[in-house]
Design a protein. Sequence first.
Length: 426
Amino acid sequence: MSLLALGINHKTAPVEIREKVAFAPERMDESLRDLNALPQVLEAVIVSTCNRTELYCRVDAEAGDMDRILIDWMARTHGLQAQELGRYAYVHEGPEAIRHLLRVASGLDSLVLGEPQILGQLKSAWQDARHAGTLGRQLGRLFQHAFSVAKQVRTDTAIGESAVSVAFAAVSLARQIFGDLDAQTALLIGAGETIELTARHLHANRIGRMLVANRSLDRAQRLAGLFGGEALTLPGLPERLAEADIVISSTASPLPILGKGMVERALRERRHRPMFMVDIAVPRDIEPEVGELDDVFLYTVDDLQAVIEDNIASRREAAAQAEEIIDNRVEEFMGWLRGQGAVETITEYRAAAAETADSLLARARGMIERGKAPEEALAWLAHTLTNKLTHAPTQRLNELAREGRSDLIDQARSLLGLDEDESKRR
């Protein structure tokens, strides 16, 4: 089997490792092309989120030790030792690679069971691979299949009925610390999907004020405008940080945005009123040392696990139903894959038959042009075409009979439709 999934996620690796192997969006095209340039890799998709980095590849079926080849490539790309990365990596091949992607797309492998954001991230990864030219027939079909399965899971089960996500967990934790949020100011750093979802939850919980900081002021203004907030750029953070009781950050920055010194100055200005901070980003937006400061409650995505567990109990029964759906849809895709193995043979067989028919048809027309009766020419065409098309199978069946291969003769009867009843053959 030539399909393979290799990666790390929140279950196998701490945030310190995950942030080291995250792929920067602006380098995704280059990374995809570099991965696809490996001689053994025929198609490639890279999925890189705060909780997982995964490679989905169609590889040369004859290639050996693809686990090592892909781990070496990922380690080399991020300046790591392959042995270190290998301790945290998992590999799925064939049907298990298909199952893994379907579970990921359906939110069954997420930090928050059933969360929908991963589906959008998978669609972005699929688009990136299309743009880079590394998406072919098999992976393209697999990802489309995964999108279809995820839709079915959300339609046919209750997996998405309760509002549970990393963003929801962050806001829930803020409510545990502050109680009502109507007197608090929230600072959101970033303007992506996770931050927008966080803003929606804060707005629903009647947050007092909302500030949105982003590298692009236009995007910050668009998001802030949806919820009556105020927009600012990242360089403006030092002057405005002290206003924030709640800070939630999720950007794609390769370096921390909030350092210990900046937060210390903000705390002095606040007269050490406590600040609640959640760093959802990978790599992290807030220096880990910030958590050492008095009056700061700093949480990362890993720290939200306990909060999340309290909110996902209702989804577990739905997850069991989703697993049954996925089992069936894995077999459906495997059937399609097996069918691809016959495509080349079918194409060649039909082409040979068509070439024979065209050649004999030309000869039959020549017979009519030379004065033969059309009925005689048609009879010759039918007889000769039948002999030509059945010659090779007939010869092989005779050989099998002489060899005593009754098992293959039975299979040939099924293949040729001879075991169907007479009315169907007509």
